[in-house]
Design a protein around this ligand. Structure first.
Ligand code: KIV
Ligand code: NA
Length: 265
């Protein structure tokens, strides 16, 4: 088996084939999704919220992304693994972006990196692509800018929709191989999808995107509390884990575990 490449991703758009992407943050979960045939896994800086217990993605460090990216690569054989460049590791400019991305590519074995911003990240995207590092771009709601933009649907006004299209075109012209559109009206995402040769990956961006991504803990019902409306919960893993833990606790307290078959003499 060989890994999925950005050329496979380009070919899928040419054939009009849709594809799924999920986040992953550890080797075990990544191996499950790899064996389930998910072609692209994102080591998202959403690990900050769902995995590391931060309030936002802002505090996530390159060390944290690197450690979990290496685990996801080790846990997979086939998926293209994409790692987020965390906040503060590329905003200074193209040289900082190249230093950060090079470290992830060399130390972890990921096949691509993702960064937020279209026009504002154009020089970064260009230098990475020219250096041989595939780049996925992330537009619309960009959580690393939460302190400035909040969490709301982006691109609702005509002006904002035009800016989104300009950002998407900028990402494409800089050489990005795909563009994530987060929390964007479906009509705007559909127009961007039609206007680009590279695939759009939607999250809260309607059904017309070329691909769809979800944060896996939301997708399996593991995230506690309120999940965004654009998420669909395909399982209730939180209940499965809680029930198992309660049953184990009850059996320990009651003396039913360990039983004879778990015991050595
Ligand atoms: O960090 C993340 O999980 C992401 C996806 C939501 C696209 O960036
Ligand atoms: Na992210």
């Amino acid at each position: 088996t060989r890994r999925v490449t950005i050329h496979d991703i380009a070919a899928a758009k040419a054939r009009g084939e849709k594809w799924p992407m999920l986040t992953a943050y550890d080797a075990m979960t990544a191996s499950v999704f790899d064996e389930a045939g998910i072609p692209v896994l994102l080591v998202g800086d959403s690990m900050g919220n769902v995995h590391l217990g931060y309030e936002t993605t802002v505090p996530v460090t390159l060390d944290e992304i690197a450690m979990l990216s290496a685990a996801v690569v080790r846990g997979t054989k086939r998926a293209l693994v994409v790692a987020d460049l965390p906040f503060g590791t590329y905003q200074e400019g193209p040289v900082q972006a190249l230093r950060s991305a090079t470290r992830l590519i060399k130390e972890t074995g990921v096949g691509a990196v993702k960064l937020e911003g279209g026009e504002r990240s154009l020089p970064q995207t260009e230098l990475l692509v020219q250096s041989g590092i595939p780049v996925m771009s992330h537009l619309g709601l960009t959580p690393q800018s939460v302190n400035a933009m909040g969490y709301r649907v982006q691109g609702r006004s005509d002006e904002a929709a035009h800016q989104l299209l300009r950002d998407a075109k900028a990402a494409e012209s800089a050489g990005a191989f795909a563009v994530v559109l987060e929390l964007v009206p479906a009509e705007v995402a559909a127009e961007i999808t039609r206007s680009l040769h590279i695939p759009t990956v939607g999250i809260g961006a309607g059904v017309d995107c070329d691909a769809q991504v979800l944060v896996y803990t939301d997708m399996v019902g593991l995230t506690g509390g309120k999940v965004p409306r654009f998420t669909k919960q395909y399982a209730d893993v939180r209940s499965v884990l809680a029930d198992a833990a309660k049953e184990f606790a009850g059996e320990v307290v009651g003396g039913a575990f360990p039983a004879e078959e778990h015991t050595f003499h």
